[in-house]
Design a protein around this ligand. Structure first.
Ligand code: NDP
Length: 324
């Protein structure tokens, strides 16, 4: 079957995205999903740039939602007409339709429409593992979260707030700071103007935070390290400004026996049971109103290069989706 999709045959800027037509041979466990919404995530830019190397040419896009149009002979859980969402697996969601292994799919409950799924599954599952698995948060904790007005950020702020966590966010502009406050931040540091570590110390009576979430990477690494309380945890989970430097073990000791982890959603959803359990938690949080998904930007699938330009120029807040 012929599939129309954005792909990359050579890493580069947004212009490296090519609209292509490819012949795909489905496997027995594959489901054909006709996309009605496509999630845009910062990780897509890492694949495009070659920061996350992959055999080329490769499709692009980690997240999608839509309707099952056909199922392979080995598919057991899904039937034609099901509404599904997915994230992760082989990139390829920037497409009108795609084949994907049924093990990656999640059935959508009635309350979750496909646009919401595309806007929240990857980002929301990330928040779910960060706050329930990596470091189980509770009301005794103070947390630092960088880029709090971003896609992952707005979900984190609302969900962590509902657990009683004191949240110190960072943001790149006054407008983004206002959005971070509205979504649960107790304090917001304008990190392009202010010294993050110094401000965090002021806000915590010199103690620092119990846990710091840093997906900005290169530009924030030092400030994050300097913001932690003794025995605090540094959670590095992204590279929006470039990859962070190597961690110096002796530095972790001298700053107060700190912990450091570099996480990936893949390792927190490596079994089907984990994927389904975290998805259920996320969908319930949305259904109960604990978390509201902000779809702040909708684009056409044809505009994928512009979407990447806007994302990388820090022009977006909350979730970004594309519609075929
Ligand atoms: P966002 O919507 O948060 O966009 C990224 C934000 O990072 C920007 O809006 C900007 O906010 C901030 N930023 C800081 N420096 C830069 C820079 N130099 N260039 C561009 N942006 C910058 O994206 P997502 O919600 O999709 O993802 C957030 C982060 O989480 C990403 O780093 C992503 O890779 C990571 N992630 C990691 C996962 C994991 O499991 N490891 C899973 C999901 C996401 P501002 O203007 O406020 O500075």
């Amino acid at each position: 079957m012929k599939i129309h999709a954005w792909q990359i045959s050579k890493p580069g800027g947004p212009e490296a995205l090519e609209w292509s037509e490819r012949e795909i041979e489905p496997q027995a466990n594959d489901v054909l999903v006709r996309h009605t919404a496509i999630g845009v995530n910062f990780i897509d830019t890492y694949f495009r740039k070659g920061l996350y190397p992959a055999p080329l040419p490769i499709g692009i896009g980690a997240e999608g939602a839509g309707i099952v149009e056909a199922v392979g002979s080995g598919v057991t859980e899904f039937s034609v007409g099901d509404r599904v969402g997915y994230c992760g697996g082989t990139p390829g969601s920037y497409s009108e339709a795609r084949f994907i292994d049924e093990a990656s799919l999640v059935r959508l409950p009635d309350a979750i429409n496909e646009e919401v799924s595309a806007a929240c599954l990857l980002k929301g599952l990330t928040v779910a593992y960060l706050i329930f698995k990596t470091f189980p948060l509770n009301a005794s904790h103070t947390a630092l979260f960088h880029a709090a007005a971003g896609g992952v950020g707005l979900i984190f702020c609302q969900w962590a707030k509902s657990l009683g966590v004191r949240i110190i966010g960072t943001a790149g502009s006054e407008e983004k700071a206002a959005l971070a406050y509205e979504n649960g931040c107790d304090e917001v540091i304008l990190y392009r103007e202010q010294d993050v570590a110094r401000r965090v110390r002021e806000l915590t009576d010199g103690r620092g935070v119990d846990v710091a979430y840093d997906a900005v990477g290169k530009d924030t690494f030092e400030g994050t390290l300097g913001s932690l309380a003794p025995r605090g945890l540094f959670v590095s989970f992204g590279n929006a400004s470039g990859p962070p430097p190597a961690v110096n073990a002796l530095d972790l000791m001298s700053r107060g026996s700190l912990f450091f982890t570099r996480t990936s959603l893949m390792h927190y959803t490596s079994t089907r049971a984990e994927l389904l359990a975290l998805s259920r938690k996320l969908f319930e949080a949305i259904e109960h109103g604990t978390v509201k998904i902000h779809i702040n930007h909708r684009y056409r699938l044809a505009d994928a290069p512009q979407v990447h330009r806007d994302l990388e120029a820090r022009r977006t807040t909350g979730s970004v989706i594309m519609v075929p």
